[in-house]
Design a protein around this ligand. Structure first.
Ligand code: MD6
Ligand code: FE
Length: 212
């Protein structure tokens, strides 16, 4: 997909203030995947512990000036990777460009993320319904980029009990949400076996936030 096609990509509303931009990341996929691979080498994903003592099934790493971590002390953003004591890798230009373009496409202008959480899912990995509420600034949206094998994304409401909508996310799909949907519950169903030409039997999700 070239840039002009990307800029004319239709946003499909999921609910108020939440949109699917199907294939939006494909225009720059080679650069995105190359930049992702560099980050995975310097800062390998690992399965973190929840404060309740459970091991998360997705493995997580980060890039940006802040990274999300979970351990017995709770969920929080840190400037250093606890695995090696070093700052998280910086946000590559390709990531920043994509996050800004996708947010602007659905009306969230001047989105400047400082954190990108990278979730790596093996077949069978999942993410239970949760809210993203560890950031300081809920006026900023979240931009979520799916790469690799497909997954069923569950998008619920403001309450955990609200019945979620199921949406299959494919390689290159981008979901943007903010505004009244910013704190809605969401999750990922256990991944089924698929194969992706450049990423194998894995799914990666990049979520961009303004965390600090
Ligand atoms: C995932 N995504 O797609 C998990 N959070 O692997 C998230 O938890 C998420 O996609 C906030 C906004 C968009 C997301
Ligand atoms: Fe989330």
């Amino acid at each position: 997909m070239d840039l002009l096609t990307q800029l004319s990509t239709q946003a499909t509303p999921i609910t108020t203030d939440a949109y699917l931009l199907a294939g939006f990341a494909l225009a720059d996929e080679t650069q995105l995947v190359a930049d992702l691979h560099s980050i995975l080498i310097t800062s390998p994903p690992r399965q973190m512990m929840t404060p309740m003592g459970c091991t998360m099934s997705a493995a997580i790493t980060n890039c940006g000036s802040l990274g999300w971590v979970s351990d017995a002390k709770g969920y929080r953003y840190t400037a250093l990777n606890p695995s090696n004591g070093l700052p998280w890798p910086s946000l590559p230009d390709s990531f920043l460009r994509l996050a800004d373009l996708a947010a602007a496409q659905v009306g969230f202008v001047n989105f400047v993320p400082d954190a990108c959480i990278i979730n790596q899912y093996q077949v069978g990995a999942r993410m239970g319904l949760h809210q993203d509420k560890d950031e300081l600034d809920f006026s900023q949206p979240i931009v979520s980029v799916s790469l690799g094998i497909p997954a069923i994304f569950q998008f619920g409401g403001a309450k955990r009990q609200n019945k979620p909508i199921n949406l299959t996310l494919h390689h290159g799909d981008v979901v943007v949400w903010g505004g009244v949907a910013r704190l809605h519950f969401h999750g990922i169903k256990p991944l089924k076996l698929h194969h992706h030409a450049s990423l194998g039997a894995l799914r990666y999700n990049l979520t961009f936030r303004k965390a600090g």
